[in-house]
Design a protein around this ligand. Structure first.
Ligand code: TXA
Ligand code: MG
Length: 313
């Protein structure tokens, strides 16, 4: 489906329009000081599903959630003294922190790809700040490039990659930093997940210790290669047309089950429901049989995720 992509100015009118579009569940690209993000309401599963669709991502990698200020970030996670020290030193700025999810966080499970942690960032760019304040809620945003292409640092880069696939881009000029944020994991000891626009030495100075680096940081940035991806404890059988005795069925379209990813066969709805439904079935501790999902549009990413869930471990 091709839509008309609006180019908005970063003035009051443009920001109000961009915030309204986000509230409707539409996709809006906006500048941060690192790179342009492809934004969606982080609480709206179908809006988040459309982010993967627009980028043509072959798998569900967790996304960064952007908020206007530190107090808002604290609503979603278990905050810590370390997080506070890093926030005091580097927010707003090109730092992303991965923290344990709080209960009742309200974020779409597609944002976190079903993990029990979330990546948070308070950007400094004035256009990003204006949009986050006008919207008032959390914005999930990966870099605004088609999957496999380089990250955009101008509105023109966004247009050339995603025109016709997103509702709007707010043109706030060129990004000041021009490379992605540095990602620090704080769910265990402070760990460098991705080198980026903030030098890790500056972080180590605040922490008073050396950062561990993730065993293979490339594995984290490569879509879908994260070893920490959520996988159900139960065994998973794919392309099933009905449950065998003792199995729980995860349906799609006409193939019904204990839960159905989308009774109407809508892949956006199915993507939005995927991790919630897997978690719910997994909680019942029975083997899971999954209906066939067509290999088109978001079906590719859904099947990728299901194949990982079904892989022997
Ligand atoms: O500068 C940036 O960080 C830009 C701007 C738009 O904010 N965003 C960005 O997003 O680069 P993206 O989706 O291209 O990269 C997000 C990275 C991915 O490598 C993902 O694996 C990691 O963040 N990530 C997100 N949530 C995570 C989590 N819970 N645990 C570990 N890694 C996570
Ligand atoms: Mg990217």
């Amino acid at each position: 489906m091709t839509i008309q992509t609006e180019t908005l100015l970063p003035d009051a009118t443009g920001i109000v329009r961009a915030a309204d579009l986000l509230r409707e569940g539409a996709l809006v690209s906006f500048p941060t000081e690192t790179v342009y993000g492809l934004g969606a309401d982080a609480r709206n599963g179908e809006a988040v599903a459309r982010v993967y669709e627009a980028k043509g991502r072959p798998s569900f990698n967790p996304l960064i959630v952007h908020v206007a200020r530190v107090s808002q970030a604290q609503d979603f996670v278990l905050w810590s003294d370390t997080a506070q020290a890093l926030a005091d030193a580097f927010w707003p700025g090109p730092l992303t922190m991965v923290l344990p999810l709080a209960t009742n966080h309200g974020l779409s499970s597609l944002v976190t790809a079903g993990l029990d942690s979330v990546a948070l960032r308070v950007p400094a760019d004035p256009t990003a700040q204006a949009l986050l304040q006008a919207f008032g809620g959390p914005i999930a945003a990966p870099s605004a490039n088609p999957s496999g292409r380089i990250s955009p640092t101008t509105a023109q880069h966004v247009i050339s990659g995603l025109s016709g696939r997103i509702s709007a881009v707010v043109d706030g000029g060129a990004c000041a930093v021009g490379m992605e944020s540095t990602i620090i994991g704080l769910t265990e000891g402070p760990t460098l997940f991705r080198a980026g626009g903030l030098a890790h030495e500056a972080i180590e100075q605040i922490l008073g210790r050396t950062l561990a680096s993730s065993a293979d940081s490339d594995a984290i940035t490569a879509p879908g290669q994260m070893t920490s991806h959520y996988a159900p404890a139960a065994t998973v059988r794919l392309n099933a047309l009905e449950a065998q005795p003792g199995e729980l069925m995860l349906g799609f379209g006409d193939v019904n089950g204990a839960l159905n990813l989308s009774p109407t066969g809508d892949l956006v709805e199915a993507a939005a429901n995927l991790f919630d439904h897997l978690h719910q079935l997994d909680a019942r501790a029975l083997p899971i049989a999954v209906a066939p999902i067509p290999m088109q549009g978001l079906g590719r990413a859904i099947n990728d995720r299901l194949a990982r869930a079904a892989a022997p471990r």
